[in-house]
Design a protein around this ligand. Structure first.
Ligand code: LGS
Length: 457
């Protein structure tokens, strides 16, 4: 397993406050399967995945890890790993098959069973309300290009909160609105597959609006004090060289990758560079929108995987995290492994945006994993990735960043969107033909670290 001694693990664990929450994360479409069961409506990913060429090998989430039918076993697995928290997402089309209107109570029942099973094992449930599976019925009315979708989201949020709000440890409204907007509407690599950068700006605005509109609805229907936040994918920008043009490229990349969503949430405005650099217009902002979007939340969820390198020359128009640097290490996704980027990012959110509370809601890596014999998956690179990133968080905590939790992406190998099942992010291996779960060495290591944490506190 890991090369660290028990003392080293305890030393690292001792850096984190006693109430720090350690968990793992998943998302509905990536793990649940049971796409046509118990009254679930279709989502934009059900449709997108069947378009030839959109997902590697034409794979879909129809079965995925079949978590819908393995839910109790999966909760047992989390307990055996020693997880203290679990971040999952709720499939909107299971609750409202048409996006609004008639409620499918069987959908609510499933998530209630999950939450109760977690609580019975002492695992704190954190629910994400939107991890990209929009009901197709709403997409057919324009999806996130329509303002009314933001209002439909707030209604949906309240419906879920009325059922689960007395038992959750936290709400996450939106997961990575940047990805939903840009990958889904701007370049079409995710559902719904549009390729229109102006549309991405509009979708991003309505995603942010939906978040702001949902906050008071969630608060009113949840037990007092339940923390509410939003999760962003953030990637600190680094200059690849010291050329003069690189400075402007740096600002533009930061506006695009980070400030597009951070500034409206924490400063009440969009960064002008976002529009200027790309020749785009502002989204359709109505009076009061920016105040709604900037409604105070309790925490920010940070998904961190890698940094972004920029160079100013004309040859590189988009920021990238894929150049091949001498000496750098890359994951199976081609993303550079850069733990100190996470330290810097967390400190920036604390110092520049004054975020009151931070959770790392995703962090992890894909590597090529193989089942050895019956029950061993040796994944030293993932183990090392997790260790180094937890250490990087510890550095930020020691310098005052208010980080309160960490969720590994992911509990299980799963449907990695456009990559299908070819990329494995789990700390637990899934043998898809049998749906058998096998804890990888990184999973065993995480358990050892969590034990060290208990001992250190
Ligand atoms: O599985 C997803 C993980 C894997 O890597 C999860 O559903 C998402 O929330 C999250 O986006 N995830 C992820 N992100 C890495 C982002 C790298 C950005 C590269 C952008 C390419 C255009």
């Amino acid at each position: 397993m890991g090369n660290q001694t028990e003392e080293e693990l305890q030393q690292l664990a001792a850096v984190f406050p006693a109430k720090f929450v350690w968990g793992a994360a998943t998302a509905s479409y990536q793990i649940e399967g049971a796409a046509h069961e118990d009254g679930r409506g279709l989502s934009i990913w059900d449709r997108f995945a069947t378009i030839p060429g959109k997902v590697q090998r034409g794979e879909t989430g129809d079965i995925a890890t079949d978590h819908y039918h393995h839910m109790h076993e999966d909760v047992e697995l989390m307990a055996s790993l020693g997880l203290k928290a679990y971040r999952f997402s709720i499939a909107w089309p299971r609750i409202l098959p048409e996006g609004r209107g008639t409620i499918n109570t069987r959908g609510l029942d499933f998530y209630e069973r999950l939450v109760d099973a977690l609580l019975a094992k002492g695992i704190s449930p954190f629910a994400t309300l939107y991890h990209w599976d929009l009901p197709v019925a709403l997409q057919d009315q324009g999806g996130w290009l329509e303002r009314s979708t933001a209002y439909a989201f707030a209604d949906y949020a309240e419906i879920v909160a009325r059922r689960l709000g007395d038992r959750l440890s936290g709400w996450i409204t939106q997961n990575e609105p940047w990805c939903a907007a840009f990958l889904g509407y701007g370049i079409g690599v995710h559902a719904p597959g549009l390729e229109d950068q102006q549309a991405a700006i509009t979708a991003g605005h309505h995603l942010l609006l939906s978040h702001g509109l949902a906050i008071p609805r969630l608060r009113a229907a949840s037990k007092a004090g339940t923390p509410i936040g939003i999760t962003l994918n953030l990637s600190p920008i680094y200059a690849a060289d010291d050329a003069a043009e690189t400075r402007q490229a740096f600002e533009n990349a930061d506006a695009f990758s980070n400030r597009w969503f951070l500034d409206p949430l924490y400063r009440g405005s969009y960064p002008e560079e976002l529009f200027r650099a790309r020749g785009l217009a502002h989204p359709p902002i109505q009076a009061g929108d920016m105040e709604i979007i900037a409604t105070p939340t309790d925490f920010l969820g940070v998904n961190y995987y890698s940094r972004t390198l920029v160079a100013g020359g004309p040859e590189q128009k988009e920021p990238t995290n894929k150049p091949t640097l001498p000496g750098a290490e890359y994951t199976d996704m081609g993303w550079e492994i850069f733990p100190q980027g996470l330290t810097n990012l967390l400190l920036r959110l604390h110092n520049e945006y004054h975020v009151p509370s931070l959770y790392v809601t995703e962090n992890g890596a894909a590597f090529k994993d193989h089942l050895n014999g019956d029950s061993v998956v040796s994944d030293p690179q993932r183990l090392d990735y997790l260790y180094k990133h937890i250490k990087a968080i510890g550095k930020a905590v020691a310098q005052g960043a208010p980080v309160h939790g960490y969720f590994v992406w992911s509990l299980l190998d799963n449907f990695e969107w456009a990559e299908g099942y070819s990329k494995r992010f789990g700390i637990v291996y899934v043998d898809y033909p049998t749906q058998r779960r096998i804890v990888k060495d990184s999973g065993h290591w995480y358990t050892a670290f969590l034990k060290a944490f208990e001992q250190a506190h």
